[in-house]
Design a protein around this ligand. Structure first.
Ligand code: SF4
Ligand code: SF4
Length: 170
């Protein structure tokens, strides 16, 4: 895998748009074939990528998309900040068009200027799991991950490697 360089969401969107049809055709074949090695290949690329690229040089996800929040996330964050969950809710949370709880603001209110997360140990589950390139049954989230190519430089490069690298998936 080539060395990952930071790309802004605008740059990633441009690159993703440029390859959109080619990527969609590739994903269609992947969904049909469901290669047994897909998870292993993606997980290896994930660890290779994060060995050389730090989220602290990026924070695109914290700046532009933000996590979906569960009740447990809200309770844990409120405890971390020594607030009542209702007060936390009032100050930071809104309901989005899908009826999910999300933060009121982007960038995330807990993102610090040096890209550290102020509530890292208590961060929402969705923040822990993003960008999902280490999860099992990756074939189930190919479309979501295609969307994430517009935000995350690691997902963009993982997809590039799946399409153009030496992975023999198809
Ligand atoms: S998960 Fe992806 S988008 Fe988020 S900070 Fe890390 S590299 Fe950037
Ligand atoms: S809670 Fe932390 S990890 Fe999650 S979006 Fe905010 S700054 Fe990023």
């Amino acid at each position: 895998m080539r060395k990952i360089k930071y790309k802004s969401p605008d740059e990633l969107k441009l690159h993703t748009d440029k390859n959109r049809q080619e990527t969609a055709a590739f994903l269609k074949k992947l969904k049909k074939k469901k290669p047994k090695t897909l998870d292993d290949v993606v997980h290896t690329l994930h660890y290779e990528a994060f060995d050389s690229f730090s989220c602290l040089d990026c924070a695109n996800c914290c700046k532009t998309i933000g996590p979906r929040l569960t009740d447990k996330d809200i309770e844990r964050l409120a405890r971390h900040l020594k607030m009542k969950p209702s007060a936390f809710h009032e100050q930071y949370v809104q309901v989005d068009e899908d009826n999910d709880f999300v933060f009121k603001e982007h960038p995330c209110p807990f993102l610090m200027p040096d890209n550290y997360c102020m509530v890292y140990e208590s961060r929402p589950r969705a923040c822990r799991e993003y960008p999902h390139t280490d999860r099992k049954r990756f074939v189930q989230i190919l479309n979501l991950s295609h969307k994430n190519c517009e935000t995350c430089p690691v997902v963009y490069e993982v997809f590039d490697e799946l399409k153009n690298g030496n992975q023999n998936l198809l």
